[in-house]
Write a protein that binds this ligand. Structure first.
Ligand code: NAP
Length: 304
């Protein structure tokens, strides 16, 4: 275990892209072994509704990642005028399909469809996004669960970089159900990594900078590009940037660039470790989704 220095002259990048690659290689090896032993190939399905550019990219990357590790994958696409009842029926079909080990419904959904209803309709044992209340509840209770991918990806980065979390003060900015709240729960658990003292901040938090300056580990998950500036960061802090916002950038072919919630240029020299955007938390999310699918296929959390 390495301890982050108090006042670093240089920072270390937490390379989520490479770490995610390492995890994919490990998964691919296990899948190859399973196939050689005549066991079922893990199968991930994804439902995509509509034509949101970001969602299309995420789903495409998830399907490509399945191919990389030797999973079967199925992409089901629907127009955004699909009714809630029709979508729920599709979810039920996937619940019943014995060949599908896990599936995701890419969010956000059109406004006329309740994401909560859709998520609650997914069978918990196939909920590889880890969003179902059963998986969230099991996570909170410290029971085996399919964990939400982004928070578990953050924990996995801390683990693989050997960063000490025990007794550290972790400040999380953002309390969403998919990132901020679950990562704060995981890091507070009596686990390794874990055992942090966690402060969960949100838009109603007063004196935010005063709080973030006390963080040994700072997780920014609010969706405001460049929000975290150098004055908000303690020298030597570990900084995890979850933000991924598309901002206009005429120098890029696509006309936009992905920006994190941290002002990287200012903050990095003050940090001991920091995740870049892109190439930090984002690739880990996909790797952890694959890991959840493998765990679902193995019946690791909910034995078959
Ligand atoms: P979200 O649902 O919009 O939640 C944002 C949270 O930030 C809310 O809790 C909000 O507080 C808080 N917040 C907003 N402005 C704030 C401010 N000025 N000060 C303090 N807190 C503030 O966002 P999300 O879904 O968690 O996503 C957050 C970011 O992570 C986005 O950029 C998203 O694209 C990115 N993301 C990345 C990945 C990945 O794989 N890398 C995965 C998921 C999300 P209130 O609750 O009070 O409104």
């Amino acid at each position: 275990m390495t301890t982050a220095p108090e006042a670093p002259a240089t920072y270390r990048l937490i390379d989520g892209k490479q770490t995610a690659e390492d995890i994919k290689v490990e998964i691919a090896a296990e899948v190859a072994q399973r196939k050689a032993a005549g066991q079922k190939t893990p199968h991930l399905a994804a439902i995509l509704v509509g034509h949101d550019g970001g969602s299309e990219t995420y789903v495409r990357n998830k399907v490509l990642a399945c191919e990389r590790v030797g999973f079967d994958s199925t992409l089901l696409r629907y127009e955004d005028d699909i009714t809630e009842a029709e979508l729920l029926a599709k979810v039920e079909e996937l619940n019943q399909d014995a060949d599908i080990d896990g599936f995701i419904v890419q969010l956000p959904l059109p406004k006329h469809i309740s994401s909560e209803k859709v998520i609650e309709t997914i069978r918990p044992e196939k909920d590889v996004d880890g969003f179902h209340p059963m998986n969230i509840g099991r996570m909170v209770a410290g029971l085996p669960a399919l964990l939400p991918a982004t928070p578990s990806g953050i924990v996995e980065l801390l683990r693989r970089y050997g960063l000490v979390t025990d007794g550290k003060h972790c400040v999380v900015i953002g309390r969403s159900n998919i990132v901020g709240t679950p990562v704060s729960i995981l890091l507070a658990k009596n686990l390794e990594p874990g055992n942090c003292t966690v402060t969960l901040c949100h838009s109603r938090t007063r004196n935010l900078a005063e709080i973030t300056r006390t963080a040994d580990i700072l997780v920014a998950a609010l969706g405001r590009p460049g929000f975290v500036t150098a004055d908000m960061v303690r020298p030597g802090a570990v900084v995890i940037d979850v933000g991924t916002t598309r901002v206009e950038d005429a120098t890029k072919k696509a006309g936009w660039a992905l920006k994190g919630d941290v002002n990287f240029e200012e903050v990095a020299p003050k940090a001991s470790y920091i995740t870049p955007v892109p190439g930090g938390v984002g690739p880990m999310t996909i790797a952890m989704l694959l890991l959840n699918t493998l765990r679902a296929a193995k019946g690791e959390v909910y034995p078959r």
